[in-house]
Design a protein around this ligand. Structure first.
Ligand code: 6GU
Length: 281
């Protein structure tokens, strides 16, 4: 996979040289280029922003530096495909790279979107600052890219850079060979629409707290059932919104019993929380 990031603070992306993602780059599993938007300006002051039409607080990013930056990235890709790389003319027209525009006004980023984006050949991240990028850039870039405004959640960051750190890590670890043991991708939060079960290591007793006995029992069936129950319990407590979306089609009887104890019934293939009935008498 190739990733290009455009930002006025390229140093913000330095952590992508560390740890798993840094290693993936060294191993050639991921090519990552960070571009300084200011190198695509032509004025003496290297201006990237201006006041908003219609008035209001803050500044808006000017369109032309963005067009120059994104055109140069799109052109670099054409050079790659024409020299016989994947997606050359004999395979039909090459797929457009995805332009991810981090924004609190975007669609929500989640594990499903991370998996979807991990399938792409090339991702480009356009880090806006200030009040955002002139909307015409977003419209115009559809000529070269599949454009996806994406948000990490319902809160506001000062710019897209921190969001890109999160998204590149979430996507990069799904690329083949990046995570040493691919099984660790199976049993983690959100891989099955539920939160992860709690984990413990030695010593079995620590500061008067014991590891749950079932985990020391050696009974793998019981352990799996306990972990599943803990996933339901945690998800019900912390993220009931996930249970409401959960596909209840594949639930076992033991699952249904566990969920029933947590107040959830299966109705039309979905989980529904039972109205509180312990206030009778
Ligand atoms: Cl992706 N960008 C910015 N600037 N703020 C955010 C965000 C993204 N996600 C949540 N808040």
């Amino acid at each position: 996979m190739r990733i290009d990031v455009v930002s006025i603070f390229p140093e913000y992306l330095a952590p992508l040289e560390l740890s798993l993602i840094g290693k993936a780059r060294q191993d050639g599993l991921l090519e990552l280029n960070v571009h300084d938007l200011r190198t695509f300006t032509t004025d003496k002051h290297r201006t990237v922003d201006d006041t908003p039409y219609g008035g209001g607080a803050g500044m808006v990013m000017k369109p032309e530096p963005w067009a120059q930056a994104l055109e140069s990235i799109a052109a670099a890709r054409v050079a790659v495909t024409e020299s016989g790389g994947s997606g050359s003319s004999q395979d039909g027209p090459a797929k457009q790279p995805v332009l991810v525009v981090p924004s609190p006004a975007g669609e929500r980023f989640n594990q499903a979107l991370a998996y979807e984006l991990a399938e792409e050949e090339q991702l480009v991240f356009a880090c806006g600052r200030y009040e955002g990028i002139d909307e015409r850039v977003i419209e115009w870039s559809a000529e070269h890219f599949t454009v996806r405004p994406v948000s990490l959640g319902d809160y506001v960051l000062n710019g897209g850079e921190v969001a890109v750190l999160a998204m590149v890590e979430a996507i990069g670890r799904l690329l083949p060979g990046v995570v040493g043991n691919p099984e660790s991708l199976v049993e983690e939060s959100h891989s099955d629409g539920l939160l992860e079960y709690p984990v413990y290591t030695k010593p079995s007793s620590w500061r008067d707290r014991d590891v749950p006995a079932v985990l020391l029992s050696g009974n793998h069936g019981k352990i799996a059932q306990w972990r599943r129950h803990e996933q339901f319990r945690r998800t019900a407590e912390r993220r009931p919104d996930l249970l409401a979306k959960f596909d209840a089609g594949g639930l076992t009887r033991a699952d249904r019993t566990a969920l029933g104890e947590l107040g959830y019934d299966v109705v039309d293939g979905h989980l529904r929380h039972r109205p509180n009935d312990d206030v009778s008498d």
